[in-house]
Design a binder for this molecule. Structure first.
Ligand SMILES: Cc1ncc(COP(=O)(O)O)c(C=O)c1O
Length: 384
């Protein structure tokens, strides 16, 4: 099922075609209101109760777990994808001469933690080269061997939406006893994922892109076998009995249940959490499958026309429906990006591609305007 255009929920001027959710998702009016209300509570701190440090966290855990088919016990709140990856890297064993499989040109938040870990353990970061046919799954499976300890991949590539079949990678990882770590930053909220099926060891997502939530807030889902692991900071809110503010100096070595021990410090963020919760509620109300199906119609129109204009686009079964790269070949993307910008059409230039990433607030008019400028600009951009 698809959704009718949801633009009325957002503050998007008619003349702006915002096709850049992969850069940053806009807040809906309701999410903005929740954030402003949350921030303004801090103006009257006597109204903030100890329970306010905990109750919204549990709501957020519950909602996020619904989105990914997980359990709330497995959800920790993090500040960024890099923070979540640091937790994964602090807990996953990596034998000497083992390897960590990553994809070429992955986002740095899913690279640096692994480079550091490999360096410390004299292990290898094995980078899967970009396959000509966009089949990352086959290429990653070929790169995995019995020395692979960790596979750290996205659900779709951030530059162009090319897909990774996480179920297949997960199955293979379990056969060789490797851990699967997933960067869901460019997929959670727009591309369905079920942790019961994929069985990742760690799954990280940020609120600020496809969840249309605030910046500096994200989620980490941790598989049961790692929930007794090591946190990377000593957040008092994550210790058992932290609810009893009068007894905080009865220090304890035990943690709150489940993945809560991994919660970032000052996790009870009064401004961000209400906004993140409102954003999750909205995505759940729409349904992730519906979001994907709705956006895919827009990107399909763009892909069809882009091919007619001579651009390369990954085959439909190799790319996600919400995020796509238009490959310009020998043309530079800069003049095209400038022409689009001049018409208030927002996309990203990534390498030799233009990345287009609509959401359910975009309409046919946005796509028409984009295609018109693309058509005109391509005629005037020389090929090298
Ligand atoms: C695939 C991917 N992962 C992570 C991030 C953001 O990482 P962080 O939350 O560490 O800033 C981005 C941002 O563009 C991204 O595209």
């Amino acid at each position: 099922m698809t959704l009718p255009c949801q633009r009325h929920l957002f503050d998007l001027p008619d003349e702006v075609a915002y096709l850049n959710c992969a850069y940053m998702g806009p807040l809906s009016k309701a999410v903005l209101r929740a954030g402003v209300d949350g921030l303004s509570r801090k103006a009257r701190p006597w109204k903030i109760e100890p329970s306010d440090f905990f109750t919204p966290l549990e709501t957020a855990r519950e909602l996020f777990s619904q989105l990914i088919g997980g359990d709330p016990q497995g959800v920790a709140m993090v500040s960024s994808v890099s923070y979540g990856m640091a937790i994964a890297a602090a807990n996953l064993p990596l034998p000497r001469a083992g390897n960590i499989v990553v994809l070429a040109e992955q986002f740095p938040s899913n690279i640096y933690a692994w480079r550091q870990l490999a360096l410390h353990n004299r292990a290898e970061v094995r980078t899967v080269a970009r396959p000509e046919d966009d089949d990352w799954t086959r290429a990653a499976l070929e790169a995995m061997d019995d020395r692979t300890a960790i596979v750290a991949v996205p659900h779709c590539h951030w530059t162009d939406g090319t897909l990774v079949d996480l179920q297949q990678i997960g199955d293979r990882a379990r056969e060789t006893e490797a851990a699967l770590v997933v960067d869901g930053c460019q997929s959670i909220g727009a591309l369905p994922l079920d942790v019961g099926v994929v069985q990742p060891d760690f799954l990280v997502g940020a609120s600020y892109k496809w969840l249309l939530g605030p910046y500096s807030h994200g989620f980490l889902w941790v598989a049961p076998r790692w929930r007794q692991g090591r946190s990377i900071e000593h957040n008092w809110i994550a210790r058992s009995n932290a609810e009893d503010f009068a007894a905080l100096t009865s220090y304890t070595d035990s943690y709150a249940e489940g993945a809560r021990r991994f919660d970032v410090g000052e996790v009870s963020n009064f401004a961000l959490l209400p906004a993140a919760i409102a954003a999750l509620e909205q995505t759940l109300e729409w349904g992730v499958e519906e979001v994907q199906a709705t956006i895919a119609i827009l990107t399909q129109r763009i892909a069809d026309r882009a091919r007619e204009l001579g651009l390369q686009v990954a085959a439909e079964d190799r790319r996600a429906g919400h995020l796509m790269g238009l490959r310009l070949g020998s043309r530079s993307p800069a003049p095209l990006a400038a022409a689009l910008q001049a018409e208030k059409i927002h996309v990203s230039a990534r390498g030799s591609s233009i990345r287009v990433s609509p959401h359910v607030y975009n309409n046919d008019r946005d796509v028409d305007r984009f295609l018109r400028v693309l058509d005109t600009a391509l005629r005037s951009i020389p090929t090298a």
